[in-house]
Design a protein around this ligand. Structure first.
Ligand SMILES: CC(C)(COP(=O)(O)OP(=O)(O)OC[C@H]1O[C@@H](n2cnc3c(N)ncnc32)[C@H](O)[C@@H]1OP(=O)(O)O)[C@@H](O)C(=O)NCCC(=O)NCCS
Length: 225
């Protein structure tokens, strides 16, 4: 089933029954570095780079008429997201992020391992550190700077907690990687069944062990504060 191939085995850049996207439909400035899946309804224009194993879900629009947009490895851009460049800046999304349903990101920078909650808006020059969660419906006004490991909510958004969300956010990104591989195989039930539950538990354990090891090694990404 799809899960068995959710690692790196399945790759493809062409068009066909099981292919993850139609590379030919995008313009010459769109660079696709083996993303896992791009839904056929996605629109991408201008200078846009999409990282390895990333996924882009139905009805997302990504436009970069100047500057650039970069989507990191393993990151998922969920349904109905709008990604645009800002007035003076590009838009950069780190690795292992989830940009969830109906988010708007505009000329901002998002670190690694972040989750941007449903319907949030990030305006020009806003910056979010690593391992953060932006609450559903939050609005980051222009120039808002959010440090690593923050949870922010509201409009205008403010930090309410400091917590390192490395494990939860990477787990969510993994779920979408699994789903991306399922979809490219025409399987829309990738999160169902005993196999999936077992793999999800194993993945969570693996991530917790990885995080502990990073903490022990004193890695900056695993700081708790
Ligand atoms: C922000 C968030 C991470 C907080 O979760 P948490 O750490 O468990 O915190 P709590 O639920 O204890 O909430 C803490 C406070 O923030 C408030 N709060 C929580 N989410 C909020 C939101 N989105 N907007 C405004 N306030 C919010 C709570 O009401 C609570 O307020 P109180 O202290 O006055 O009672 C979570 O509510 C959230 O929005 N997650 C994103 C969900 C999402 O969009 N997922 C994507 C699915 S595809």
């Amino acid at each position: 089933m799809a899960l068995a191939s959710a690692g790196v085995a399945l790759r493809g850049t062409g068009v066909g029954a099981n292919m993850p996207y139609d590379a030919k439909k995008y313009g010459p400035d769109v660079e696709l570095n083996e993303p896992a899946f791009i839904h056929s309804s996605v629109q991408i224009y201008g200078k846009v780079r999409v990282g390895r194993e990333a996924s882009i879900w139905p009805n997302t629009v990504i436009r970069a008429e100047n500057y650039e947009i970069v989507i990191g490895e393993m990151t998922n851009i969920q349904d109905l997201v709008m990604v645009h460049v800002g007035d003076r800046t590009g838009t950069y999304v780190g690795a292992n992020c989830s940009i969830t349903h109906h988010v708007t990101i505009h000329g901002c920078r998002i670190g690694d391992n972040c989750l941007i909650g449903i319907n949030a808006t990030l305006m020009d020059n806003s910056e979010i550190g690593d391992n953060c969660i932006v609450g559903a419906g939050a609005v980051l006004t222009a120039g808002t700077i959010i440090p690593d490991n923050s949870i922010i909510v509201g409009a205008p958004a403010k930090a309410i907690k400091t917590r390192n969300n490395y494990v939860a956010n990477r787990w969510n990104a993994w779920l979408y990687q699994i789903n991306a591989h399922a979809y490219r195989e025409g399987n829309h039930r990738g999160w169902d069944g005993a196999d999936f539950v077992r793999q999800a538990k194993d993945k969570m354990k693996e991530l917790m062990a990885e995080f502990d090891a990073l903490k022990k090694a004193g890695a900056a990404i695993a700081r708790e504060e």
